[in-house]
Design a protein around this ligand. Structure first.
Ligand SMILES: Cc1cc2nc3c(=O)[nH]c(=O)nc-3n(C[C@H](O)[C@H](O)[C@H](O)COP(=O)(O)OP(=O)(O)OC[C@H]3O[C@@H](n4cnc5c(N)ncnc54)[C@H](O)[C@@H]3O)c2cc1C
Length: 350
């Protein structure tokens, strides 16, 4: 049974199937709604129900508080329709956005490589081209795991037939240990995407700063590779924060890009250097960024990708250095472990 979902103020209507979330129905119909974690954790997709009845599903009580439920708010990523529904969403104009309906894909694992002791590179060959904006993510169905898991596209979108992922092992997790130990070349994987609005605002025409933590290098890698391939002439700095020298990966790739493109600077940084000889930067990503730019980020655009704690520290440094919210874009790898802190007190979105 399908209900009609109307989205205000854009006056779009889509069908929503029984049990389908409001967000899924919209994204698959090419109607964009703000969203991020996709699992009721972060609150980015909060919308007001103007008319009709919804089931809030598994929305976290931190991301959707009791009083908000009483006042008629819901999380589009978790809510399903019980009747025809009309919602109001806060949809910003985004001149750089390319709206692509979310679709289902199936591909074959063509390569697996342990990039570090806890990050697995997965390459998936697909017949059907996967079009996305660099920075976006997909929802991967891991065989034997009920709910899909979010992973950012790590490949240049110019190569639409081979999706690349960088998957960090969460030792007590359900899906990532399976991927690290059971996945084989030749296996079939299913996923849906593209999701989210973490992408480069090329119209901003400003020097760009990419701050990545651990496997949060995935999106910035895709974004930087595409920018350089397509002749971007703005200054681009990528700071990749990891714990020790053994955790640095794709170093050769970025050093070679640095040699080919004078406008690109690559800075790996260690937060817990061990005895391995290291002549590069040390400290947390935000500390290194402050040092490199003398604490002033005025006139730049910043793209942050990685765990919430890193993103929040970077946002504080950037804002202290006179960069405003409109020039800071974030992709938080939010998980259930982040609970109450999933919603940044500093930001409206993510
Ligand atoms: C938009 C988005 C993009 C993402 N992109 C990437 C990416 O490119 N590469 C990547 O490696 N990860 C990425 N992540 C994080 C990734 O989705 C999770 O690490 C993954 O879903 C964990 O799955 P699991 O089944 O192994 O763990 P679960 O079974 O879901 O969790 C098991 C336990 O570990 C905790 N946990 C789960 N994930 C983490 C974590 N990351 N850190 C600490 N504790 C955790 C859970 O709260 C729970 O207690 C992204 C997340 C989001 C929201």
């Amino acid at each position: 049974m399908a209900f009609e979902l109307t989205v205000e103020p854009i006056e779009e209507s889509v069908d929503v199937a029984d049990g389908q979330t409001l967000l899924d129905a919209c994204l698959r119909a090419g109607v964009w709604l703000p969203h991020a974690c996709g699992h009721g954790l972060c609150g980015t997709c909060k919308v007001e129900v103007l008319d009709g009845e919804v089931d809030h599903g598994e929305a976290s009580p931190f991301a959707l508080m009791d009083f908000e439920r009483d006042e008629g708010w819901t999380l589009a990523c978790s809510a399903t329709a019980r009747t025809d529904v009309c919602i109001e969403a806060d949809i910003d104009e985004e001149p750089d956005a390319v709206v692509r309906p979310v679709r289902d894909f199936e591909g074959t694992v063509s390569r697996l490589e342990h990039l570090t002791s806890d990050i697995l590179g997965i390459w998936i060959t697909v017949d059907d081209p996967v079009e996305f904006q660099a920075g976006q993510y997909l929802n991967l169905h891991v065989p034997g795991v009920e709910r899909p898991r979010a992973f950012s596209f790590a490949n240049d979108p110019g190569d639409a037939h081979e999706v690349q992922l960088q998957v960090r092992l969460v030792p007590d997790g359900e899906a990532t240990p399976k991927l690290h130990t059971e996945l084989k070349v030749g296996d079939t994987l299913k996923f849906a995407g593209p999701y989210d609005r973490f992408f480069v605002r090329r119209s901003h025409d400003k020097p760009m700063l990419f701050l990545a933590g651990g496997s949060g290098l995935s999106s910035p890698k895709s974004m930087v590779e595409e920018l350089l391939r397509t002749g971007c002439e703005q200054e681009i700095t990528l700071i990749h924060g990891v714990r020790s020298a053994d955790d640095v990966y794709f170093d050769d790739l970025f050093r070679s890009l640095e040699e080919q493109h004078p406008n690109f600077r690559y800075v790996p940084a260690l937060s817990q250097p061990d005895d391995t000889p290291w002549e590069g930067e040390t400290g947390f990503v935000h500390e290194v960024a402050e040092r490199l730019f003398d604490g002033s980020f005025k006139g730049m655009s910043a793209y942050l990708c990685g765990p919430p704690v890193m993103i929040d520290a970077c946002i504080r440094s950037l804002m202290k250095g006179r960069l405003f919210e409109r020039d800071i874009f974030t992709e938080k790898f939010v998980t259930e472990a982040d609970g109450e802190s999933a919603k940044s007190p500093l930001f409206k979105r993510i």
